[in-house]
Ligand binder design. Structure first.
Ligand SMILES: [Zn+2]
Length: 82
């Protein structure tokens, strides 16, 4: 794998994107999709945690998620679009 910006192979893998909430508690950043976005409560949210790969030469950050989470998000989208 290479940096898509500078082609370097000096990459940091599996860095976690996190957010700090009250009292220093951290939680992973996620991407999510709702199967029923117009619902008041039960939106059918599916989410996947972000993993980051960082280039040590230029600092470019590339995000990815587990393949099974990406597949679940794709299924939600496909159902929503018929
Ligand atoms: Zn780079």
């Amino acid at each position: 794998m290479k940096c898509i910006q500078c082609q370097s192979e000096r990459l940091v893998h599996n860095a976690k994107a996190v957010d700090y909430i009250d009292f220093g508690v951290k939680r992973p950043l996620k991407l999510e999709l709702d199967s029923n976005p117009d619902a008041w409560v039960f939106k059918g949210t599916t989410a996947g945690e972000l993993n980051a790969t960082v280039c040590a030469d230029c600092g470019f950050v590339m995000f990815s998620m587990a393949k099974h989470d990406a597949e679940r998000l794709y299924s939600i989208q496909r159902e929503a679009n018929g």
